[in-house]
Design a protein around this ligand. Structure first.
Ligand code: ZN
Length: 203
């Protein structure tokens, strides 16, 4: 969400020069009254809502099994961490570690750190402790949070296994799909808004 200098009304095509909005202000089109863009606090509140939703969906994706397999009458439910553990046990340790980092550890750390920063800034109105280090960590982690790669891999595996055993998707897999979408949106947020929000708070 890079802020550009100009903004075009989506409804009537009038072009405006973007001005800095204060907290909770909304810029409206003079001609048609449509919303053009919002002040930083509103965007941050949307971000906080998405981060909290991501955490809930992350928990669901990890608690519920991803797939269920029925092999000769024996039902086998596999969770995300169960699949990573199985990969580790079958000797593909490097894949297990990679999956654990990119699908579990990085996304969870990202969600928790963003939640901590946004919660401090928006709810407690306090400058978060360790802000600069956390912002650097978030920037470094961004490209390594790759739930979508795992999701595609899981879907391919399901299709392949489908020939050998009865297999069906379980709630965890749907949650993982939703999480992929949510994290894409969260990762598109302009982190500079957090710097701005911190600047506006008194010492
Ligand atoms: Zn307009």
């Amino acid at each position: 969400m890079q802020a550009s200098k100009f903004i075009v009304c989506e409804h009537c095509d009038v072009v405006y020069q973007r001005a800095d909005l204060a907290r909770k202000q909304t810029a409206l089109c003079v001609r048609c009254g449509a919303e053009l863009y919002r002040g930083p606090t509103m965007q941050l509140q949307t971000m906080l809502a998405l981060v909290v939703t991501s955490l809930v969906v992350f928990v669901i994706a990890n608690v519920y099994p991803l797939v269920a397999m029925d092999m000769h009458g024996v039902e086998n439910h596999s969770t995300l961490l169960g699949a990573i553990g199985a990969a580790w046990n079958t000797g593909v340790g490097s894949i297990a570690v990679l999956a654990a980092l990119t699908v579990f550890l990085f996304p969870l750390t990202q969600i928790l750190l963003l939640g901590y920063l946004l919660g401090s800034l928006l709810i407690l109105h306090r400058k978060p402790f360790g802000f600069i280090d956390i912002m650097h960590a978030l920037r470094l982690m961004r490209p390594w949070s790759m739930v979508e790669v795992f999701l595609i891999g899981a879907l391919v595996a399901v299709v392949k296994i489908a020939g050998m055993a009865e297999v069906h998707a379980e709630p965890g897999l749907y949650a993982l799909g939703v999480l992929t979408f949510l994290l894409t949106v969260v990762n598109a947020f302009d982190l500079r808004l957090l710097w701005d929000a911190r600047e506006r708070l008194p010492e």
